[in-house]
Design a protein around this ligand. Structure first.
Ligand code: PEP
Ligand code: MN
Length: 279
């Protein structure tokens, strides 16, 4: 199903079905937050050159402290859409509340529901009544069954749901959250929805992301999400987990033979699951 054509600066005419990176394994990448025109354009140009087809960037940020950078709001959405349009990419950005669904939907191709909102049932019900794909993140202490029930709220009216495992709270401080790869296997077994693995918010550290990306290919996930920043040290949000551009380039290049191996061993696994949200 083609996306409803987006207003303003969104990626006119491009549909999620045009996205077919690396024979079907999707890398969603970009900064945690859109910070400036220069930052998002630099990231987009570099990532597009690596074959990344979906650009991420937050404009409404769910920050733990009200004193932290909250995102550029509509200006951030506009910059994200402009940068993506320039390079023929699709966009994903978080929508935090029912009031801004229309605004975010005017600019982006895929609406993200963050971990903190996984059980915001009013938001989920309202997202069921709009046509754009919804990337639903697992809550930070949600069980797999709770996650799938949350997805059911959107599926009541909108079949284009993408599940995103992003780690759950744990006792170990070496990683930000605990990545649940068993959960990824269960999600794929228990539902027909595409499953994306957010390797940045789960680990909180870019050094172990390339190894986990290979695991995601082997597990049959539909893709990964990675925070990538042109200048992580000066990032306004989540700099510690941001992957620099050159590391992202190496990771994607190193991933290619693994994706190719999966394509040969399990050709059907690279046809994104179920509902066409990523096809
Ligand atoms: C994000 O993707 O920017 C984000 C805030 O992630 P999460 O909701 O998983 O914490
Ligand atoms: Mn982030």
């Amino acid at each position: 199903m083609a996306l409803a054509s987006a207003k303003k600066q969104s990626t006119h005419g491009l549909s999620v079905k045009d996205v077919n990176l690396n024979q079907g394994f999707h890398v969603i990448a970009g900064p945690c937050s859109v910070e400036s025109a220069e930052q998002i354009h630099t990231a987009a140009a570099h990532l597009a050159g690596l074959g990344v087809r979906i650009l991420r960037g937050g404009a409404f940020k769910p920050r733990t402290s009200p004193h932290s950078f909250q995102g550029l709001a509509e200006e951030g959405l506009r910059l994200l859409a402009q940068a993506a349009a320039k390079h023929g990419m699709l966009t994903v950005s978080e929508v935090m509340d029912t009031e801004t669904i229309g605004l975010v939907g005017d600019y982006v191709d895929i609406l993200q529901v963050g971990a903190r909102n996984m059980q915001n049932f009013s938001l989920l019900k309202r997202l069921a009544r709009q046509p754009k794909p919804v990337l639903l993140k697992r809550g930070m202490a949600a069980t797999i069954e709770e996650f799938l029930h949350a997805a059911d709220y959107v599926l009541e009216g909108n079949q284009r749901v993408i599940l995103c495992e992003r780690g759950v709270r744990s006792f170990d401080n070496l990683t930000r959250n605990m990545l649940d790869l068993a959960g990824v296997v269960l999600l794929r077994r228990m539902s027909a929805l595409p499953v994306i693995v957010d390797l940045s918010h789960s680990t909180g550290r870019p050094d172990i992301v390339p190894a986990l990306a290979r695991a995601c290919v082997a597990l049959g996930a539909e893709g990964i999400m990675v925070e990538v920043h042109p200048d992580p040290e000066h990032a306004l949000c989540d700099g510690a987990q941001a992957m620099p551009l050159h590391d992202a380039a190496r990771m994607i290049a190193d991933l290619e033979p693994w994706i190719e191996l999966r394509r040969r061993l399990e050709p059907e696994s690279l046809v994104a699951a179920g509902n066409g949200a990523l096809e």
